[in-house]
Write a protein that binds this ligand. Structure first.
Ligand code: TRP
Length: 355
């Protein structure tokens, strides 16, 4: 039995945090045995927002690779690689771009949100619009079938599915009514990939809400993140300072549990559900202090991160490890992606004039 092909990745613009862990990373660690896993560092994507801070991209590639290894991704089982090490991805990007109507790209809600949230105005690059197409090539170059991602990535995945279907129909003779799971059986080059969402789609940060009152997503750039590389003391400091119910001045004030990061974190990370329910009731009644609940959260988060710290410490003393893992990953994916590209070029009739 061959294992289903899984691919996902991160844009190297920082280090990984607890939001990445519950959004996708824990799924990836769990699926290493059952799937043929590929984890990509999309370093060319990073230029879409880091053109003026591009020095940090290469550092982030190394940081995140180490985060992966610390989190428990085993490079003997899973392939970790860097996008720019695979030339076939860029060739596939140009070819696939021919299959995507321009208006379709501009209607992508994630692209629209990013233009608004990152205040890109009309100054964004052509490459910014190209990045979802790069993502299509990232996934299809290994013929990915399962793609663990966050909710914001679903539009890109939908576009990947459309490209895979269209390619199979136009160039491989697959019937336009063929069910997705029969694409390959009907002669298509590409399986139609499926998204896999994490158990928490959007983890809030440790800081307060934005001006409109909504809690902000955990993000290193918003300074509200607990990194998976944080040491025990840093976790303690961040949790003890975290935003909770602002109207609660002393432990005897009744507190609100809803929309309170303290309880969102307990719900997400504390496996002792009985304690959490009891403590929530006491919090509402004003019979338990924030400090007690925060201390418990520090314990729970440090329990999750401690094995990662131990693995990281063991990896950090091997100076060539990250490079070796990435060279090995690139070699493997290069072979697969070149094979995919050859099939694509052949199906499109690109070298028929030479025959
Ligand atoms: N765009 C994704 C993000 O920023 C990262 C990414 C790049 C990706 N290529 C991918 C995710 C392919 C899944 C599949 O989170």
């Amino acid at each position: 039995m061959t294992k289903p092909v899984l691919l996902t990745g991160d844009t190297p613009t920082g280090q990984l945090h607890l939001g990445h862990w519950v959004g996708s990373l824990e799924n990836r660690v769990a699926m290493q045995n059952s799937h043929e896993c590929h984890f990509l560092l999309a370093n060319t994507h990073a230029f879409t927002t880091r053109l003026n801070k591009h020095d940090g991209i290469a550092d982030s590639v190394r940081d995140i690779t180490l985060d992966y290894l610390a989190a428990g991704i085993d490079p003997e089982k899973a392939t970790i690689f860097v996008e720019s090490d695979i030339p076939a991805i860029f060739e596939l990007t140009s070819l696939f771009s021919m299959l995507i109507p321009y208006g379709r790209l501009m209607r992508n809600p994630t692209i629209k949100d990013e233009i608004r949230d990152k205040q890109l105005g009309d100054g964004y690059s052509f490459g910014f619009l190209l990045y979802p197409v790069l993502q299509v090539a990232d996934i299809l170059c290994v013929k990915g079938e399962v793609v663990p991602v966050g909710e914001d990535q679903l539009p890109h995945l939908e576009m990947t599915r459309e490209v895979a279907r269209k390619f199979n129909q136009l160039f491989c003779g697959v019937d336009s009514h063929a069910p997705d799971d029969e694409a390959v059986a009907q002669g298509g080059i590409f399986p139609i990939p499926k998204a896999l969402l994490g158990r928490t789609k959007r983890l809030v940060g440790t800081g307060g809400p934005s001006d409109n009152g909504a809690l902000l997503k955990m993000s290193k750039s918003l300074n509200n993140a607990i990194l998976i590389s944080d040491d025990a003391d840093t976790v303690k400091k961040k949790v003890m300072r975290m935003y909770t119910d602002p109207s609660r001045l002393k432990a005897s004030d009744p507190g609100t549990v809803e929309n309170n990061p303290l309880w969102i974190f307990h719900d997400t990370f504390n496996s002792d559900k009985a304690w959490v329910e009891e403590a929530k009731a006491s919090y509402r009644a004003g019979t338990i202090g924030d400090v007690t609940c925060k201390k418990e959260l520090v314990r729970v988060i440090n329990e999750l991160l401690e094995p990662m710290r131990e693995r990281r410490a063991a990896f950090e003393v091997q100076p060539n490890l990250v490079r070796d893992v990435l060279v090995h990953g690139a070699d493997k994916v290069k072979a697969t992606a070149n094979e995919t590209l050859a099939q694509v070029a052949d199906a499109m009739g690109l070298s028929r004039h030479l025959k």
